[in-house]
Design a protein around this ligand. Structure first.
Ligand SMILES: Cc1cc2nc3c(=O)[nH]c(=O)nc-3n(C[C@H](O)[C@H](O)[C@H](O)COP(=O)(O)OP(=O)(O)OC[C@H]3O[C@@H](n4cnc5c(N)ncnc54)[C@H](O)[C@@H]3O)c2cc1C
Length: 366
């Protein structure tokens, strides 16, 4: 039995690792789980697109705060996370323009450069993009992409350097919340902790105490795939297309340097956590068929490779905060294929909730 822990963070992806770093640097005695024990993380396979605009106000708050905490800084942390600035476009249909105007105002008041482009400006400034079905776009010059694996590894290092310990016994099998602590059962060990932060991605629903689950069946896993195509020297920004659901970004270095990463929403729900570093031809064709409507030059572009991963989707948005009925369990999960860019702010919220449950004063932030 491991005793006297202030906090256990379940989940070694982007969110859990960032929570652990914050708690450890705040002086909390925190134990962390191994990144691989619960199966492949979404973070490991994430495309890493980073921007601040999100189509809902709740998500935008996290986007703006993440920009302030990390993506908009010139910090060593941002460099360690492999951030590359490419600019980011969010493509909008006519039904999105009113929300976009409100969102741009929110970004600007958070200190983030953003402006609305009409279709004519979009055609002139970004000629590689077909404008079918579009009414405009949001341009964020500070957007880009980063390396999610490097971000999580950096945060994990910070946690360990500041006194975090590794939770023995492999994957967490069960959480039993009580009035003054939470009992954490792993494969071979038991620990008690004053608070647990549950950031286990696709592994989260299985660990929510059944009687307390807020999900009501609304948390589901989904497979996400993307492919790299040769962009033949084209200079293209990071793009999120709210009309087709497609997204893409250039790859500026590494194995797929010179490529254009593009992903298409998948159709497979309720899949177990898994990941792959290559795709079969049928999946690459499926992605190309979706992508060429927006990037016609992809029609004949050589496919360089692809990846797939699984993320947890929340029908009503993410779950971020203490579990109703079990305030010592703080949940941070359900990012619906978009949780890397907002991990800094999501982690801050979860860490503050954990500190509040511990009775400590929160280190700041909204
Ligand atoms: C293919 C793909 C592309 C994506 N592209 C983007 C993108 O471009 N931009 C963006 O912002 N977001 C993107 N996302 C979404 C984003 O990557 C995820 O939302 C985010 O990484 C989730 O982080 P997390 O820490 O919450 O969960 P995860 O990264 O899934 O980590 C969960 C962790 O919990 C562990 N775990 C699970 N069960 C247990 C257990 N029982 N005991 C102990 N540990 C356990 C797992 O092993 C893992 O370490 C993408 C996702 C995928 C799959």
């Amino acid at each position: 039995m491991v005793r006297d822990l202030d906090a256990v963070v379940v989940g070694g992806g982007a969110v859990g690792s960032a929570v652990a770093a914050l708690l450890a640097t705040a002086g909390v005695r925190v134990a962390i789980t191994d990144p691989e024990v619960g199966g492949p993380s979404a973070t490991r396979y994430s495309g890493g697109l980073v921007r601040s605009y999100e189509p809902t106000s709740a998500a935008r708050v996290l986007g703006v705060r993440s920009h302030q905490l990390l993506w908009g800084t010139e910090s060593e942390e941002r460099r360690s996370a492999g951030f590359r600035r490419t600019g980011s476009l969010t493509l909008l249909g006519p039904d999105r323009l009113a929300e976009a105007a409100a969102g741009i105002a929110e970004l600007q008041s958070g200190g983030i450069a953003a402006r609305l482009l009409d279709v004519g400006q979009l055609r002139t400034e970004h000629p590689g993009i077909a404008t079918t079905g579009l009414a405009g776009a949001i341009w964020e010059p500070g957007g880009g992409y980063a390396d999610p694996g490097s971000f999580a590894a950096m945060k994990r290092r910070t946690a360990l350097e500041n006194g975090a310990v590794k939770l023995p016994g492999g994957a967490v099998r069960r959480l039993v919340p009580g009035p003054s602590d939470v009992v954490v059962h792993t494969s071979t060990a038991t620990a008690t902790s004053s608070v647990v932060v549950l950031a286990a991605g696709a592994g989260t629903p299985a660990l929510l105490p059944a009687a307390l689950s807020p999900s009501g069946g609304t948390l589901r896993t989904k497979a996400i795939r993307y492919a790299f195509f040769d962009r033949a020297g084209r200079c293209v920004p990071t793009v999120s297309d709210l009309v087709t659901g497609m997204w893409g970004r250039p790859q500026l270095d590494g194995v797929f340097e010179g490529g254009f990463l593009t992903g298409r929403p998948g159709r497979e729900w309720d899949v177990p956590p898994r990941g792959a570093d290559e795709l079969v031809e049928a999946h690459i064709t499926f992605i190309r068929e979706g992508a060429r409507e927006r990037w016609p030059w992809l029609e004949g572009a050589a496919a360089l490779g692809g990846r797939m991963g699984v993320d947890l989707y929340g029908a009503h948005g993410p779950i971020l905060g203490p579990l109703p009925g079990a305030p010592r369990v703080v949940v941070a999960a359900g990012w619906s294929g978009a949780g890397f860019k907002t991990a800094p702010a999501a982690a801050e919220r979860a860490a503050n909730a954990a500190l509040a449950a511990l009775g400590s004063s929160a280190p700041g932030g909204p």
